[in-house]
Design a binder for this molecule. Structure first.
Ligand SMILES: Cc1ncc(COP(=O)(O)O)c(C=O)c1O
Length: 451
């Protein structure tokens, strides 16, 4: 434990394999060695600090360094550090009740450890539900999952099979059979009739073969794609009409990120299964969950030996420490009225960016919902050709040099990775928000100077 920082960095270079990282040049551009976080800032071992404009990987919604959450974790670990969810305990019960209460409609909570696993569980649940439902609509032949181009649902083989992003899939194929894609709305590029396209896809596949449709209410990593207002209500109606379960992936958008507790509440619809992760515990603990509507749960009812129960388990789902921390995290979101704050500061960030980037010949669109804001960069406004990958990377690098971490899309198709993204902690102050906006504009102008 007494290694110096330089020794630790050398050990990192020798022993660690970092995600999404090419290691060949890692000694020239090593990963930031982060030692601590406080509020919206993270600090490295050399005393440098960055404004965390992406809340880590879109998760540290209540900000870094909350002693209160550390205290809850310590107390819970000392009292009960582990019990599987084949048993039960107070923090899991209270968190489940809280989730159902926040959703506002009846459901059953199933805990997992990550967003990917929540989606895996949702797919298995959907297939088993369809095989067991007794209303004459289902059957074991309903196994297909329809997902969307540009959506992201995770890194495990099922969740990746439902992911419509080229770079994530490339080289790992063939992925699982039974996953089918349809388009997601992209109003900037004139793609708007996507509920009709979903219906065509269901009819083309045969409704009697389709178990579920999965979508992010607002596509996050795929480019901050905000659907037209009539999209989700139409999707809900189509899924109901054809007996297809609607799975909403609120892994990023859940718990206030878009200005409502859950993004689907913007459009007044109810899902059949909703998956959560990230903001549920603001990244203080790895925890995820899904909530299934009561009628989905009821299809699993049967005699003890019937095998109709959900035959799925994970060691750490519903972990006492993780659920205790998540519960307190949600209490903080409510107590400090952070969703209200998201709306206020989100509007400021969006309008300031729109104002400062107005008329820029390479800025196709500045769009956002709550504190999820994207800037789409193009080589020219007429063709809307996506800006070059290196230039977009240059913006991220420049902002980093200026002390602000921003995000960007991965290539959703070859050559299309042209959206930079900010999603800061909800506790961001007005001054910090101004720093975020000014730095992002400076980053963009460093790569795309105005003539
Ligand atoms: C929308 C969405 N769903 C699922 C996931 C997967 O979550 P995890 O990385 O916790 O497995 C992510 C991760 O970024 C995500 O953005």
């Amino acid at each position: 434990m007494s290694n110096s920082i330089s020794e630790l960095k050398a050990l990192d270079a020798e022993c660690l394999w970092h995600p999404l990282t090419q290691h060949r040049n890692i000694e020239v551009t090593p990963p930031r060695f982060i030692e601590r976080g406080e509020g919206c800032f993270i600090y490295d071992a050399d005393g440098n600090r960055w404004l965390d404009g992406t809340s880590g990987l879109w998760c540290v919604n209540v900000g870094h360094g909350r002693e209160e959450l550390a205290d809850v974790a310590r107390e819970q670990m000392a009292k009960l550090s582990y019990a599987p969810m084949t048993m039960t305990h107070e923090p899991a019960i209270r968190l489940a009740a809280k989730l159902v209460d926040l959703l506002g409609y009846p459901g059953r909570v199933y805990f997992t450890n990550s967003g990917s696993e929540a989606n895996e569980a949702a797919f298995k649940m959907a297939r088993q539900f369809q095989a067991q439902r007794e209303d004459g609509i289902g059957g074991p032949g309903r196994y297909k999952i329809i997902a969307r181009h540009r959506g992201y649902h995770g890194n495990t083989m099922g969740a990746l099979s439902a992911t419509g992003q080229w770079e994530r899939r490339e080289g790992y194929e063939p992925l699982l059979p039974g996953f089918v894609f349809t388009d997601a709305p992209d109003p900037y590029r004139g793609i708007n009739d996507c509920a009709d396209r979903l219906e065509e896809t269901i009819l083309h596949e045969g409704p009697e073969t389709v178990a579920a449709f999965i979508m992010e209410p607002v596509i996050a990593g795929g480019g901050v794609l905000i659907p037209p207002d009539d999209y989700l209500p139409k999707v809900r109606e189509i899924c109901t009409r054809y007996g297809v379960l609607l799975i909403l992936d609120e892994v990023v958008s859940g718990f206030g990120r878009t200005g409502k507790m859950f993004a689907h509440q913007h459009w007044g619809v109810e899902a059949d299964i909703i998956t959560f992760a990230k903001g549920i515990a603001s990244g203080y603990m790895p925890i995820a969950a899904l909530v299934a509507r009561r009628d989905v749960f009821e299809a699993f009812d049967g005699e003890a030996e019937s095998g109709r129960h959900f035959r799925h388990v994970n060691t750490y789902g519903g972990h006492p420490v993780a659920t205790a921390v998540a519960l307190r995290n949600l209490e903080i979101v409510e107590r400090e009225q952070l969703v209200e704050r998201v709306n206020v500061v989100g509007k400021t960030v969006l309008t300031k960016l729109q104002r400062q980037l107005a008329g820029h010949p390479n800025v196709g669109e500045v769009r956002g919902k709550g504190l999820l804001v994207g800037v789409e960069l193009v080589s020219d406004l007429q063709s809307k050709k996506p800006a070059a990958n290196e230039k977009v990377g240059g913006i991220v690098r420049k902002c980093g040099e200026l002390g602000v971490i921003i995000g960007r899309t991965t290539p959703v198709t070859p050559g299309q990775a042209n959206i930079v993204i900010v999603a800061p902690p909800y506790v961001i102050s007005d001054d910090e928000a101004a720093l975020l906006v000014d730095t992002l504009v400076a980053g963009i102008e460093s790569q795309f100077p105005r003539a």
